[in-house]
Ligand binder design. Structure first.
Ligand SMILES: *Cc1c(COP(=O)(O)O)cnc(C)c1O
Length: 391
């Protein structure tokens, strides 16, 4: 190559081979495509999810490492990673549903998912029946010949209702429906929905899996290869695929997932228990408390109850807004699942488009506050909450 001119040589720098040793951590394969020696191998690679790497929208070694890691943790056979949680959810919904299909979904859905289902109804004639998250009888009653899918969330936002996954997924199986579970709030450390009968698990890896509030990403894990291949073909043209650098950050964050979840849960337990006894608080919504409607279902399904909870302030909206202004350590911000404690007032932020009656249907009060507990020392967090409640 020495006879090449500088203009050509700068475009084709040599790549030193990595031989006789290998990197400890997964490298970031920051390339959009891959070079082939054989055109037949290249043609084959484009047609299947487990073939050689060919193009970044199809897959990438760093992204594949993340997919394998989460798929293994969830007990699935394959996964695909996406650029956001909504990217994963939409790829699954658009990959499996067609006009005229019917979906059964739980009532207390993540806002983005509810919006997508509304859109599917308005523009594609996909109908949706909403049921309670722990009522398999309601699934059987709602089912019709055109029903294709049951859609659940392990733990819901912000009231932390826990789905009866074994009962609900068994009903879906009897009826021949594909069951999809958003496991973002539990993470595979607390729950592996495939073990309880789910066919597809979706995640916003933005939250606990990456864990450091520096990535937006998503992922879908599949119980069997057939379902994975069907949705994968759709995902390659839908184009919500993950990029290698965020995938790498997520892989790095995941190495401490189990440790972080332990602290998120124990911090949440301490704060929820103390808040339940605070005179300014009328109710605390965390499924580890006996007063929570999901306490029994959660006790059977989960070894611990997650790092997100909400509570109702006796002083209503004004008290909620005052609390938001008074916290110092807890940050007023959207999202959850990172090492920092974040808080928000659903009635004036995430759920501000709802009127009082709609808020009540979601179980959200004017004085409801949500806390996504981080991994700080719990006594520092309690001191912050206590001073904010005293203001
Ligand atoms: C955040 C979230 C999503 C959406 O994920 P993005 O990464 O923000 O697109 C979906 N489901 C749940 C339960 C979430 O918390």
């Amino acid at each position: 190559m020495s006879e090449l001119r500088p203009e050509t040589r700068v475009v084709h720098p040599p790549q030193p081979p990595v031989e006789h040793s290998r990197p400890i951590t997964m490298p970031i394969y920051q390339t959009s495509g891959f070079v082939f020696d054989d055109p037949a191998v290249m043609a084959d690679a484009m047609g299947r999810p487990d073939g050689p790497f060919v193009y970044g929208r199809y897959s990438n070694p760093t992204v594949r490492a993340l997919e394998s890691a989460v798929s293994g943790l969830e007990g699935g056979v394959a996964a695909f990673a996406t650029g956001s949680g909504m990217g994963a959810i939409n790829t699954v919904l658009f990959g499996l549903l067609k006009p005229g299909d019917h979906v059964i979904a739980q009532k207390s859905l993540y806002g983005g998912t509810a919006a997508t289902l509304n859109d599917l109804t308005a523009r594609f004639g996909v109908t949706v029946t909403y049921v309670d998250e722990a009522d398999p009888g309601a699934v059987r009653e709602a089912a019709r010949p055109e029903t294709r899918m049951l859609y659940l969330e392990t733990i819901s936002n912000p009231m932390t209702l826990v789905a009866d996954l074994p009962g609900m997924c068994a009903a879906a199986r009897e009826l021949g429906l594909v069951s999809v579970v958003d496991n973002t709030f539990a993470s595979p450390v607390l729950c592996r929905p495939i073990e309880h009968g789910a066919d597809i698990v979706v995640h916003s890896t933005t939250k606990y899996l990456s864990g450091h509030t520096d990535v937006v990403g998503g992922l879908a894990v599949f119980r069997d290869h057939e379902l994975h291949e069907k949705v994968w073909h759709h995902s390659t043209v839908l184009g919500a695929s993950a990029d290698p650098f965020p995938a790498w950050l997520t892989l790095r964050g995941m190495q401490t997932l189990a440790l972080r979840m332990e602290r998120h849960c124990s911090n949440a337990r301490l704060l929820a228990t103390r808040l339940a006894e605070h005179p300014a608080v009328t109710a605390v919504h965390w499924p580890g408390l006996p007063s929570h409607p999901s306490y029994e279902v959660a006790g059977k399904l989960l070894p611990d109850f997650g790092g997100v909870f909400s509570f109702d302030l006796a002083g209503g909206r004004a008290a909620g807004e005052r609390f938001m202004k008074s916290v110092r350590l807890a940050l007023l911000a959207p999202s959850l699942g990172g090492v920092e404690t974040l808080t928000l007032h659903p009635a004036t932020t995430s759920h501000r488009s709802l009127d009082a009656e709609a808020l009540a249907r979601f179980g959200i009060g004017e004085g409801t506050v949500r806390i996504a507990v981080g991994i700080e020392h719990p006594e520092d967090l309690w001191a912050d909450i206590e001073q904010a409640l005293a203001d």
